[in-house]
Design a protein around this ligand. Structure first.
Ligand SMILES: Cc1cc2nc3c(=O)[nH]c(=O)nc-3n(C[C@H](O)[C@H](O)[C@H](O)COP(=O)(O)OP(=O)(O)OC[C@H]3O[C@@H](n4cnc5c(N)ncnc54)[C@H](O)[C@@H]3O)c2cc1C
Ligand SMILES: NC(=O)c1ccc[n+]([C@@H]2O[C@H](COP(=O)([O-])OP(=O)(O)OC[C@H]3O[C@@H](n4cnc5c(N)ncnc54)[C@H](OP(=O)(O)O)[C@@H]3O)[C@@H](O)[C@H]2O)c1
Length: 454
């Protein structure tokens, strides 16, 4: 007979997908107790450390997520790295089910010559710097006058906006002061965004694209010759409202007179980067691109015609990759944990008992915060289907030894009330400056403040 106890679930990662999974489990018919492990001293994943500081409305989602994390039956254990502070096998021994919600933290590589030159950066590092990630860089070289951004998604637009905006237009946000100071010193004049496909194939959202046209002191430049369409693009424009809006915006910019603003964002379409050029001292001096042509079905092929642009920094915004979890099957080509609708499976397709995945580590690095809900619903449905077998297999289970074990290892666990103390501290710092919050960036300081040792 199955023991009469709640289902015990450990969720690894407190980004939106982990928190939505906790929400669904806590409201399920099967009684469940949920522990959410987070390697950072603060919860909310990319909502806190990815969403751009000048998008406070999107960051507001943290209020909803906090309402879930603070609920009875859900416990936060932040500042605990699964894999270092506690192993996956130890978690599997203590819980009926373990859900990986660890996201995709690393930049995908471009794979072109010159990619490793000084001045060639991944967007993940740059975002970690400007969003005050505790493990991110604390300084950033802001010496380039001309910058290239490779990729035509919303991350590319975030980077362009943060680089192009006047610091005084960011000062009201939660952007760290050292970031503002570095932006203040930036000599930047030109940002070149390179999209390898055409105007109907870029991945920009209409609202985010229009936003760069409203940045003070910036002209957006689109070359009329880049506005090329094939049969597939025309079909996409006719069938998809967002594609139509994006194309309309790009078209309107191609016919717009420049105002002579101090900074320019050039949107280059149908250009694939083929090499970063060396300045002779190991730094970036330029980018070589190849002109692409549409093939009729929405894809592109090279024309062999190349062009070089002088730039002193190149940012890759071409997508992200997940990190393999020790001992679990990983799909290296997609950068995700191998899974079948959320159940982690081995190379033969057989489930790894009691291990699940949700969010970007499950489906790959695309989709908005809201998309995590549906994703987590699918995974939670699989857990609930398996729940009777999982509980029976584990019998009487106690995870109460976990706290002392982490204590013995010197792990300074941050619980929900500790996070609330850090949250209140950041808000108070912000209030004094008329800002919503000022983020504490140092991991050590964050931990001390949360545990009231500061
Ligand atoms: C730069 C950027 C800006 C974005 N802006 C927007 C936006 O404005 N609007 C929007 O809708 N979407 C935006 N997105 C997309 C959105 O952030 C993602 O859809 C969403 O965050 C994915 O959620 P997730 O929970 O899968 O991953 P994440 O949010 O990455 O959460 C993963 C969590 O797992 C933790 N973790 C990882 N490994 C471990 C471990 N070993 N042990 C414990 N914890 C671990 C991480 O620290 C992190 O907190 C943006 C994405 C990026 C990259
Ligand atoms: N404000 C917001 O709402 C916001 C902000 C940031 C991020 N997000 C979301 O977060 C997710 C991730 O965004 P993202 O911008 O990282 O990814 P994305 O939307 O997938 O865009 C990646 C871009 O990089 C290009 N690319 C990939 N490999 C390339 C290569 N080798 N050479 C040249 N270009 C290459 C892609 O081109 P192809 O299309 O040709 O492959 C695409 O244009 C998205 O769902 C996005 O909407 C939302």
């Amino acid at each position: 007979m199955s023991p009469n106890r709640p289902l015990r679930v450990a969720i690894v990662g407190s980004g939106p997908s982990g928190i939505y999974a906790a929400d669904l489990l806590s409201k399920a018919e099967v009684p469940a107790s949920v522990d959410v492990f987070e390697r950072l001293p603060a919860p909310f994943g990319l909502v806190r450390y990815g969403v751009a500081p000048d998008h406070p409305n999107i960051k507001q989602i943290m209020t909803t997520l906090a309402g879930i994390l603070g609920r009875d039956g859900i416990r936060l254990l932040a500042n605990v790295d699964v894999g270092t502070d506690i192993t996956l096998d130890e978690l599997r021994a203590c819980y009926d089910a373990v859900v990986l919600a660890t996201g995709s933290p690393h930049d995908a590589p471009l794979g072109i010559p010159g990619e490793n030159l000084e001045g060639s950066y991944g967007s993940a590092d740059f975002v970690a710097w400007y969003d005050g990630h505790p493990d991110g860089p604390r300084s950033w070289p802001m010496t380039a006058k001309e910058v290239a951004i490779v990729g035509a998604g919303n991350v590319a637009l975030d980077l362009a906006r943060i680089l192009a905006k006047r610091p005084e237009d960011l000062a009201w946000t939660d952007i760290p002061d050292h970031v503002l100071a570095a932006l203040q010193a930036s000599p930047l004049t030109d940002i070149r965004i390179f999209a390898r496909r055409g105007p109907a194939e870029v991945k920009f959202s209409p609202l985010e694209l229009r936003e760069i046209g409203k940045v003070s002191g910036v002209d957006v430049v689109v070359d009329d010759a880049d506005l090329q369409f094939d049969e597939a693009s025309i079909a996409a424009i006719e069938s998809n409202r967002q594609t139509k809006q994006v194309v309309e915006t790009l078209t309107s910019w191609a016919s717009r007179e420049a105002t002579g603003a101090a900074r320019r964002i050039h949107l280059h379409l149908l250009q694939r980067p083929v090499a970063l050029l060396d300045d002779g001292a190991g730094g970036v001096a330029g980018i070589r691109t190849e002109r692409m042509r549409l093939t009729g079905d929405g894809s592109v092929e090279g024309t062999g015609e190349t062009r070089e642009y002088p730039v002193q920094a190149v940012y890759r915004a071409i997508g992200y990759r997940g990190v393999p979890v020790e001992g679990l099957p990983f799909d290296d080509a997609r950068g995700v944990v191998r899974n079948d609708a959320g159940r982690v499976v081995d190379e033969t397709g057989a489930p790894v008992t009691g291990v699940y995945a949700t969010g970007w580590i499950k489906r790959g690095p695309s989709g908005l915060i809201g998309h995590s809900k549906k994703d987590s619903q699918e995974t939670v449905d699989r857990i609930l289907e398996d729940a009777p077998n999982l509980i029976e297999a584990k019998g009487d289970l106690s995870a109460d030894g976990l706290g002392p074990m982490l204590d013995d290892r010197g792990v300074r666990v941050i619980g929900w009330s500790d996070w609330l103390a850090l949250d209140a501290h950041e808000r108070a710092l912000g209030e004094a400056q008329g800002r919503e919050r000022v983020k504490v960036v140092s991991r050590f300081e964050m931990t001390d403040i949360a545990l009231r040792r500061a």
